[in-house]
Design a protein around this ligand. Structure first.
Ligand code: PA5
Length: 451
């Protein structure tokens, strides 16, 4: 089925060789039941479903506060350092990178840079050198307030800010964290830092439309109201319980049925390099929500045509366990046209008057056909253009699809027990008080492996 809307459309026609309507129909009732549960105020997961109607219930007061602080940052600083990891930075980075020019930034714009998403000492040192002659604000984002990567970066950056700005850091550091719990909330309360709230019932990877994503984006000059408007439109469009009227559910169901047939890897592909970090966000969303109980599709992303020249061969003819979702941007705001050349030295005059986007679109159609012929199920997602509104729509679409997809597989979309095991191990091995017995056990095992 192809659902076409001005802003957004999906094409599943190339799946008919792999899954049929009869198979899909069998899931009509179960999808409808999951939908009712997702939208019920008494749902068993109601403490994690706050993202479902965030864009509809916009808190105007909070939006104004974010815009006001963002405006202050844009007036007073050249750089905003956003400290966070996973769901606490990927959404903002995704939207920012999709909408920021590839090369030089407009002069006078505040640059948003990220810390706390890795533990490279070189990265943090070089970041501090980079901001040395630039005015700086900091936004530290951690719902729990205990995640190690952002916590150690914040410790270093906070000391730097103290030395550089003295008491003024109260204005220059903004915290985004749980409304009540955690060390960052305590810090905000005890030391008077300004703060925004990550709603208790919204988990990290579903939090891009809360201050986690919205505030840094506003500081970087992104139109957050348009982003929310797009998400709101998607919320309304994706309100139907029948998958035939709800593209998010049809996408979820198609993935689920493909997985059952052995297509256990989903490649998200685009011909627009600026979407690279939207895919990083998408990978976390689906990977962390679905990869449980030895279930789940492994999410991978590629940027074409670049990656056609690296792993294109595998996609075309390697082990047949992949399906591909191609995200296409229908119209480009900026383009470049191929001109006629008198001597035709490169014999490319047949491309006269074609734009890069025309050629890129033909490359997209060519690879869809080639991959399909090579036995790869292909889904196409199209957005009309790359702007805040369409990205807001897209982000919400994926969130809704992801929750349905995980529920269909019978896993909880909102926890991440696997990540918690890594977090516990690292704290134990680093001697965090309270982890003593785990430390002993892990050290014995490490001795067996490495000695
Ligand atoms: O989706 C999630 O919950 C995680 O990816 C978290 O966002 C990530 O681990 C960071 O957690 P926190 O915001 O508590 O520092």
């Amino acid at each position: 089925m192809t659902v076409t809307k001005q802003a957004f459309s999906l094409n599943f026609s190339l799946l008919s060789k792999f899954i049929n309507e009869e198979e899909k129909n069998k899931y009509t009732n179960i999808i409808s039941m999951i939908h009712q549960e997702m939208h019920s105020p008494t749902s068993k997961d109601c403490d994690a479903l706050g993202w479902v109607d965030l864009a509809i219930k916009q808190d105007q007061k909070e939006i104004e506060q974010m815009l006001s602080v963002a405006n202050e940052i844009r007036t007073k600083s050249a750089v905003l350092i956003v400290i966070g990891i996973g769901g606490s930075y990927l959404g903002a980075k995704a939207v920012q990178d999709a909408l920021t020019p590839y090369f030089s930034k407009k002069s006078g714009e505040t640059e948003v840079i990220y810390a706390g998403q890795n533990m490279s000492g070189a990265y943090i040192n070089q970041l501090l050198q980079y901001v040395e002659d630039r005015e700086v604000y900091v936004n530290v984002i951690s719902k729990s307030g205990t995640t190690l990567e952002p916590a150690i970066s914040f410790r270093v950056i906070k000391s730097y800010m103290e030395k550089r700005y003295g008491d003024e850091i109260k204005n220059r550091i903004i915290l985004t964290t749980d409304p009540k719990n955690g060390l960052l909330r305590k810090l905000a309360q005890e030391e008077g830092y300004r703060s925004f709230e990550v709603p208790a019932e919204v988990g990290g990877r579903f939090s891009v439309l809360t201050p986690v994503g919205l505030f840094p984006l506003a500081a970087g000059g992104i139109d957050i109201q348009a982003l929310l408007d797009g998400a709101k439109q998607a919320t309304n469009d994706l309100m139907f319980s029948n998958y035939k009227e709800n593209e998010a559910y049809e996408y979820a169901l198609s993935r689920y049925l493909l997985e059952k047939k052995g297509y256990i890897i989903e490649i998200m592909a685009s011909f627009e390099p600026s979407l690279r970090n939207v895919f990083e966000w998408w990978k976390q969303l689906f990977g962390e929500s679905e990869g449980k109980d030895e279930k789940g599709i492994f999410p991978v992303s590629v940027t074409y045509t670049t990656d056609l020249h690296s792993i294109g061969q595998y996609i075309q003819a390697g082990k047949r366990q992949i399906f591909e979702t191609i995200l296409h941007v229908r119209n480009q705001q900026e383009d470049c046209t191929i001109q006629l050349m008198e001597n035709n030295f490169d014999q490319l005059n047949f491309l006269e008057d074609k734009t890069f986007h025309d050629i890129n679109t033909i490359a997209k159609n060519s690879s869809i056909l080639a991959h399909y012929d090579g036995g790869v199920p292909v889904i196409q997602v199209e957005i009309d253009k790359l702007d805040e509104y369409h990205l807001g729509y897209l982000l919400y679409f994926f969130e809704k699809a992801c929750a349905m997809s995980a529920y269909l597989s019978g896993v909880n979309p909102f926890d991440q027990p696997g990540v918690e095991s890594y977090k516990n191990n690292i704290f134990a091995l680093l001697n965090k008080p309270g982890y003593e017995s785990l430390k002993e056990e892990l050290e014995e095992r490490l001795t067996e492996i490495f000695d």
